[in-house]
Design a protein around this ligand. Structure first.
Ligand SMILES: [Fe+2]
Ligand SMILES: [Fe+2]
Length: 167
């Protein structure tokens, strides 16, 4: 369903729709990350992806809690944006033979995922506050902080080592 659909008539609908979008996205990310970890060779990259995979599973748990607080059914709606980001990640990772180049490609793909999550959670927090759901906003903000931290960690790893080895 498009966000311009007539079925979304107010901000509450939009909030629930976008929650379902990120719920679907987090599920797809949790499915994809083990393959990225498998392909990564840099040890710090592997361990930080593993750490964030554990956090990602908790993001799904937190979203269930937000659905519950808001009285909406916890279900996903297909999100073509994350499907595209993941398809591109799998394509790049599949085409790369050199392990250092592979690590650089994994960092880039993982950061594209984080940036998608950051934009969605940022919007959801603003809308939750607008709707008077500070309780939901606080939970979503815990996740947003972890997305920012994961993104920052990937930048550190890339700048410290991965990009230089791939060059
Ligand atoms: Fe997440
Ligand atoms: Fe994430």
């Amino acid at each position: 369903m498009s966000i311009f659909s007539k079925e979304l008539s107010d901000m509450d609908d939009l909030f629930v729709h976008t929650l379902r979008d990120i719920y679907y996205a987090e599920g797809r990310i949790a499915e994809t990350m083990p393959r990225m970890i498998d392909k990564a060779t840099d040890l710090e990259l592997r361990s930080s992806l593993q750490h964030h995979l554990d956090e990602t599973r908790n993001h799904i748990t937190r979203l269930k809690r937000v659905f519950e607080l808001h009285g909406a059914a916890a279900k996903g709606v297909r999100c073509p944006a994350i499907d595209g980001i993941i398809a591109e990640a799998e394509e790049i990772v599949g085409e790369t033979a050199d392990s250092a180049v592979m690590d650089a490609a994994i960092v880039a793909s993982a950061q594209a995922i984080e940036h998608y999550e950051i934009t969605r959670y940022g919007t959801l927090i603003a809308w939750a506050k607008e709707l008077g759901r500070d309780d939901c906003a606080a939970i979503l903000d815990e996740t947003l902080r972890e997305e920012y931290a994961a993104d920052g960690k990937l930048t550190d790893i890339a700048e410290a080592r991965v990009n230089r080895l791939a060059a």
